[in-house]
Design a protein around this ligand. Sequence first.
Ligand SMILES: Cc1cc2nc3c(=O)[nH]c(=O)nc-3n(C[C@H](O)[C@H](O)[C@H](O)COP(=O)(O)OP(=O)(O)OC[C@H]3O[C@@H](n4cnc5c(N)ncnc54)[C@H](O)[C@@H]3O)c2cc1C
Length: 345
Amino acid sequence: MHNQDIFDVTIIGGGPAGMYAAFYAGMREMKVKLIEGKDQLGGFLQTYSDKTIWDVGGLPPMKCAKLIDWLVQQAKTFEPTVVFNQSVDAISRLDDGVIVLQTVTGEVHYTRSVIVAIGRGIAEVQKLKLDSAHEYERSNLHYTVQNLNYFAGKNVLISGGGNSAVDWALELAELASTVTVVHRQEAFRAMEHNVKQMRSRVKVHTPFQVECLYGNGERIHQVAISNPATGENIRLEVDEVIISHGYTSQASNLARCGLVMNEGVVAMNQLGETNLPGIFTAGDCAEREGKVRLIAGAFNDAIVAVNSAKTYVEPTAAGMAYVSSHNELFREKNRDLEKIDSLQG
Ligand SMILES: Cc1cc2nc3c(=O)[nH]c(=O)nc-3n(C[C@H](O)[C@H](O)[C@H](O)COP(=O)(O)OP(=O)(O)OC[C@H]3O[C@@H](n4cnc5c(N)ncnc54)[C@H](O)[C@@H]3O)c2cc1C
């Protein structure tokens, strides 16, 4: 027996695919729930929120953080139910066809259809594996760069060898007092041209790793780095430390429930259908020939998956939503927008 609300569609994952699906399912007048494993929407975009995005159709280049804000705003247009901090790890079905989603923390959700939009899974930043590291997370140990200007005039140490570490080194070289990059491998996993530029502009230590943080419990003042091959040890004066060791993501358990998955990727057909009836998929977690793993690709998948979910729940419904430009659903909202425009002159 289920005495909770039953939703027409429940979307698992609040990245671009899940957020856009929430909007589009609202346009299809479905009762929508979105379940996100973390405490915020945005998905993988949150990991590069400081970067500028150029390749989303029709949008001017903008900071990814701004794109997240706009996606969230759009996702909420039809007021879907959004739940945070719940990671879905089991799907089952009742005798009456209602689908049951269970979360790691024991919550249960009932729905007539599902869109799996779990992307690359729940991304967690790889933290510095030193006991004292967490003491400094609120002061001068950073896992991301939100505001480059904060580092102006400072002595910055960056640990990492990927594109983010190299990009930050290049950008900070323009405004920090000194930038030192430490990477445990000789070779960087970043674009060759950028690595070359970085090596010519900042001090680089390879193969070195962060060995010890020296501080007063409030701020780090010095960092010891060591070369594991030679045992050489160097102490550096620092104002700020940036750790860019990438992300880990937990493997999804949904394959255990009969969903065909291959190394975390869900098989879908041209209609976004998975092997399980009523369960659709969209975004980076979905695979078919010609699949585009970009934000624009996630939007397209979301539309297809929502339309399939709509006709699954309501077989006589049209295959597509009416276009937004001539859609009655937006009449009131358009009037409100026009009022705001005229007030702003
Ligand atoms: C470094 C980098 C730079 C990129 N730059 C660009 C770019 O410039 N332009 C572009 O178009 N694309 C870019 N991309 C690709 C783009 O980020 C992805 O295509 C996009 O994020 C896919 O969106 P998604 O919603 O499918 O998945 P994600 O963004 O991965 O979102 C999935 C969401 O699902 C949640 N989730 C996962 N498992 C569960 C669960 N079991 N229960 C509940 N919630 C769950 C996660 O917490 C997450 O919020 C870039 C990717 C990377 C890695």
